[in-house]
Design a protein around this ligand. Structure first.
Ligand SMILES: *[C@@H]1O[C@H](CO)[C@@H](O)[C@H](O)[C@H]1NC(C)=O
Ligand SMILES: *[C@@H]1O[C@H](CO)[C@@H](O)[C@H](O)[C@H]1NC(C)=O
Ligand SMILES: *[C@@H]1O[C@H](CO)[C@@H](O)[C@H](O)[C@H]1NC(C)=O
Ligand SMILES: *[C@@H]1O[C@H](CO)[C@@H](O)[C@H](O)[C@H]1NC(C)=O
Ligand SMILES: *[C@@H]1O[C@H](CO)[C@@H](O)[C@H](O)[C@H]1NC(C)=O
Ligand SMILES: *[C@@H]1O[C@H](CO)[C@@H](O)[C@H](O)[C@H]1NC(C)=O
Ligand SMILES: *[C@@H]1O[C@H](CO)[C@@H](O)[C@H](O)[C@H]1NC(C)=O
Length: 924
């Protein structure tokens, strides 16, 4: 989200169709679809290949026909030279070390391949691919499509050196084309007909998971054909010019395709030479006459959470990381390995980044080195020769990382030039982290980045949300100054609480501001939209998304000020709470004539879980009429979603932002069907794989255009979707008896914003996933909503579902005698714990839980004044206790006792003046 389509009023009721001729005559059909298809069946699929090219046209799971994993409907628009399909091959080679890498690619210049007689009964189609290459090649290449012994579909390539000299194969890539093409489709059709593909770039443990956008069964799992087919690289494929345009390739409606690479040396030495690839680049030397076979197997998983079970059946090593693959320096992680062969060696790169210890069976404990930081690869070798790589990211201790964010914002982002003619100071400006310097972005042609109100420019949101974890007087003071001199003066209109969408704009006639001529500013006119908004566009107050950030900021100041009243100098906590409330009321309310002053009131907005927090606080403060008003405003939205087939609209055609709000209020009002549908879609676009960047990574691939210095359509690693989508998953996990699978994707998301925090505390908007880049974006951009998600979601979850023994996600658990255990939170906040068996969620406003000792029916919490030594000490903590519906018991079934407890703000106030305190929760 973040696409500015000011001239296009979009709503979820209006499906905007990109004007691409539907059902038009095949366009440059060199693929040969006019000559028909080869059809056959495997155990689980109906399969069709294009007869001439023998590439995959259709892959329909029998259990869900006519749903198709392949974009069959789009084939006529993807039949030209240069359109990639599953079944294509991209290969690079060289004759000797000193010669240049050469490439051939079956998609370049299509000719019908030379069909061969199938060599055996299991083979459906076989061909020599020679005819489709546009130059002679020093090897022979055949491809077969067959049925494996297990009845699955396989695709195999045999490459044989036909020279008299050795040949080095520097890369072999299989383009993977599944239907993630949203172009021109109605929202219902996207949900019903499209899928998303995620890679596990894990060598012999590698695979692709293809899941339906709506999360419905089944899922597709693509695994290596044999040990030679390891998944070493994942590379974006460019489709140039008119070739890709037909299907909307590389637009917000179609991310584009990638190749599964078996070898990558030829790329690592060229396109990728400015970065460090995920895996060690390899090549393969073929002696004269030598051949090798590589390929993929396509298997069905009955549903998304069965993907790993499906993998286990293939003999692939399967690893499950707990709590995931982003590990703070002070946290011990676990890796559960399921493999048919014994582990023969374990190593990390960089060396020593983890101390690894093999526990019982194949459970590995990983202890980060206190100096390790950033990407770490764990390599596991097995006695059968297989090799698996697991991709980790080590962060600082989570509370330390949070503290660093505050320090960085308060120094590098803080800008005090009050002579700014736009009235943007004092504020936390967006920052460019190039070269590690941290330059403020005081102007840019994409004006919103310097215009503060939009998520890409609202670094003050991060600064405010940090106070929810660790309030610091100096930071609160800066926020108050910002609020009273900028937010509640320039950004918001005081007569209405309306929020502008930018307070920086392009007006070359201005004498009081120097627009840098090196920037590509472009005049916006009545008829010409430009990213360089003029004053009128900047002034627009109808963009609903912009309202969440001020509402959250006021709320955060309320929270901090309520607990640390001495920190507030400009206004009391009541003022902040009211500002938050009034901003929400304006954003979702109606004018006297019954119209909505703000658009998107009927969409789920990023970070709006904050409205739920506001509502709880209004109730705790007995601000009953305000609370009732919020409930009624939210009910009106929920009513709309209840009767909308696909209520996850946004400014884009398909998106992963709306689900957070739709879940929150549908769940609040007990609308089970919508809750179920919403969680289904999140499961559809949020994978778990052995990779810190893709695990829990809710799909986003367009916002670098709006918030990145490298501005392009590109899969984003840990943009705000990861953390924000973990909020509904967490809520759902607490309210239902859910498989652990849900918690695993959730923790991938809620820990994600830790990886964005650099060594110096700079928070990046996201990581560039393209294999030639693999680097953090240097603009701070919209890191704010991601950080908000982490602040609202961070908690420690104690679970025991039979799959795992008692385990703490986000914490450390020490088993005692009998059923006793102690858990210590290691998450970013250390003030929330969920006990699954008891259906009990405990939360502090401030202070921290040092440990919880749990025995049957009794939980003893040891509280301290702060989560990390440098944080401000809390004199008192409010403890809130919630019993979730899974146990359908009310809070009154918990007895809370401790020294000098008093009831306050809907919870128990616990004095922390002595430094520590202990509270006992007894379950009735
Ligand atoms: C492909 O189609 C485009 C537009 O219809 C046309 O301009 C182009 O010449 C065609 N190319 C080939 C190779 O037929
Ligand atoms: C083969 O096609 C590719 C892609 O169009 C082109 O770059 C390459 O030069 C062609 N090679 C020959 C020998 O024509
Ligand atoms: C999905 O695709 C099928 C087959 O192309 C089509 O008939 C159907 O209308 C599409 N949409 C839905 C919602 O099923
Ligand atoms: C990196 O590869 C590019 C070609 O893609 C080449 O121009 C450049 O010289 C290479 N740089 C190094 C350091 O090898
Ligand atoms: C923008 O809004 C401000 C405050 O309401 C107003 O003074 C100014 O004239 C507006 N500018 C334009 C171009 O609409
Ligand atoms: C409702 O009132 C607002 C504010 O006065 C005005 O801008 C809008 O045009 C009105 N809408 C209708 C339908 O009357
Ligand atoms: C939604 O409901 C269906 C039918 O009861 C169930 O199979 C499915 O697991 C539910 N999905 C989620 C995400 O709970």
């Amino acid at each position: 989200m973040a696409m500015m389509k000011r001239f296009l009023t979009l709503s979820i009721f209006l499906v905007h169709l990109i004007t691409v001729a539907q059902g038009a005559a095949p366009h440059n059909d060199t693929l040969g679809i006019k000559n028909g298809y080869l059809s056959f069946e495997t155990k689980d699929f109906y399969v069709q290949l294009v007869k001439d090219a023998q590439v995959l046209a259709s892959l329909v799971p029998k259990s869900a026909a006519p749903f198709d994993f392949a974009p069959f409907d789009f084939l006529p628009r993807r039949a030209a030279d240069g359109n990639y399909h599953t079944g294509d091959l991209i290969v690079r080679w060289r004759g000797s070390r000193d010669s240049k890498w050469l490439e051939q690619n079956t998609a370049w210049t299509r000719k019908a391949v030379a069909a061969l007689n199938p060599p055996d009964k299991a083979t459906f189609a076989a061909a020599n691919l020679g005819p489709t290459f546009n130059a002679s090649i020093p090897f022979s290449l055949t491809r077969t499509w067959s049925r494996t012994d297990a009845g699955d579909l396989s695709m195999s390539f045999s490459i044989k050196n036909t020279q008299n000299s050795a040949l080095e194969i520097g890369s072999v890539g299989f383009p993977a084309e599944f239907n993630s093409i949203f172009t021109g489709l109605a929202a219902e059709d996207i949900q019903a007909n499209c899928s998303l593909t995620d890679p596990n770039i894990g060598l012999n443990g590698g695979y692709l998971r293809v899941t339906r956008v709506n999360g419905s069964p089944p899922a597709l799992v693509v695994t290596p054909l044999n040990d030679d087919s390891k998944f070493e690289g994942w590379d974006f494929l460019t489709e140039n010019g008119s070739v890709g345009v037909q299907s909307g390739y590389q637009t917000s409606d179609f991310e584009g395709l990638y190749q599964w690479m078996v070898h990558t040396r030829a790329y690592a030495e060229q396109e990728w030479n400015a970065t460090i690839p995920w895996n060690t680049p390899t090549s393969r030397t073929l002696k004269p006459g030598e051949a090798f076979t590589v390929g993929l197997v396509f298997k069905m998983a009955s549903q998304i959470d069965q993907i790993e079970d499906t993998l286990r059946k293939t003999g692939s090593p399967v690893a499950v990381g707990i709590p995931g693959y982003i590990i703070p320096q002070d946290m011990e992680a676990q890796l559960l390995i399921d493999a048919t062969a014994a582990i023969s060696s374990i190593s990390t790169k960089p060396k020593g980044a983890f101390k690894t210890q093999l526990r019982s069976g194949k459970a590995l404990s990983l202890t980060p080195s206190p100096t390790a930081f950033g990407r770490v690869r764990l390599n596991i070798k097995y006695s059968d020769g297989k090799e698996q790589s697991i991709h980790y990211h080590i962060s600082k201790s989570a509370p330390q990382a949070v503290q660093d964010v505050g320090t960085y914002l308060s120094s590098k982002h803080w800008w005090t030039n009050e002579s700014d003619p736009f009235g943007r100071a004092p504020s936390f400006m967006a920052v460019d982290h190039s070269g590690g310097i941290g330059q403020k972005i005081l102007q840019l042609d994409r004006v919103w980045l310097a215009g503060e109100c939009h998520e890409a420019g609202a670094s003050w949101l991060t600064a405010a949300m940090k106070q929810v974890a660790q309030p610091v007087a100096e930071e609160v003071a800066k926020l108050e100054t910002f609020i009273h001199k900028v937010l509640w003066k320039t950004i918001q209109l005081r007569d209405s609480y309306a929020v502008r969408q930018s307070i920086f704009w392009y007006d070359p006639t201005r004498k009081d501001f120097w627009y840098d001529p090196r920037l590509p500013y472009e005049l916006q006119t009545q008829t010409h939209y430009s990213n360089s908004w003029n004053a009128a566009t900047a002034n627009v107050t109808t963009r609903g998304y912009g309202y969440i950030f001020p509402a959250a900021t006021y709320w955060a100041l309320y929270r901090a000020g309520r607990a640390f009243p001495e920190m507030l100098k400009e206004a009391p906590w009541q003022w902040y709470l009211n500002q938050s409330y009034q901003t929400v009321k304006y954003a979702f309310g109606v004018l006297p004539n019954g119209t909505h002053p703000v658009d998107y009131w009927n969409l789920g907005l990023m970070g709006e879980t904050i409205i739920g927090e506001l509502l709880k606080d209004l109730q705790r403060e007995d601000w009953t009429s305000q609370a009732d008003e919020v409930i009624s405003l939210m009910k009106a939205r929920s009513d709309v979603w209840e009767v909308t087939a696909v209520p996850f609209g946004s400014e884009l055609h398909w998106d992963s932002t709306g689900q957070e709000g739709v879940f929150y209020w549908s769940n609040y009002f007990g609308r089970e069907a919508t809750v179920n549908k919403t969680i289904g879609t999140i499961m559809g676009y949020t994978p778990t794989v052995n990779h810190w960047g893709y695990n829990g990574n809710a799909r986003r691939y367009w916002d670098f255009q709006f918030d990145g210095k490298i501005s392009r359509i590109e899969r984003q690693i840990h943009h705000y979707g990861s953390a924000l989508n973990s909020l509904p998953l967490l809520g759902y996990f607490r309210s239902k008896t859910m498989p652990l699978y849900v918690l695993r994707i959730t923790f991938g998301g809620v820990f994600a914003p830790l990886s964005n925090i650099q060594d110096d505390g700079f928070g990046s908007t996201a990581f560039h996933s393209w294999a030639d880049t693999l680097a953090w974006e240097v603009y701070s951009g919209d890191y704010g909503p991601a950080f908000l998600g982490m602040m609202l979601g961070s908690a420690t979850y104690v679970v025991d579902d039979g799959e795992l023994s008692l385990t703490a996600f986000g914490g450390q658990l020490v088993q005692g005698s009998g059923k006793r255990y102690t858990v210590m939170p290691f998450d970013a906040l250390r003030k929330r714990i969920y006990f699954q068996a008891e259906g009990l969620y405990v939360e502090l406003d401030y202070g921290a839980v040092q440990s919880a000792e749990v025995s049957s029916k009794q939980l003893k919490l040891k509280l301290v004044q702060r989560p990390t030594p440098a944080a401000t000490a809390a004199g008192e903590a409010i403890l809130w206790v919630e019993r979730t519906t899974a146990t359908s018991m009310s809070v009154s079934s918990v007895n809370v006792s401790g020294k000098a407890l008093i009831m306050k703000r809907g919870g128990w106030a616990i004095p922390l003046g002595a430094g520590t305190a202990s509270v006992t929760l007894t379950l009735k």
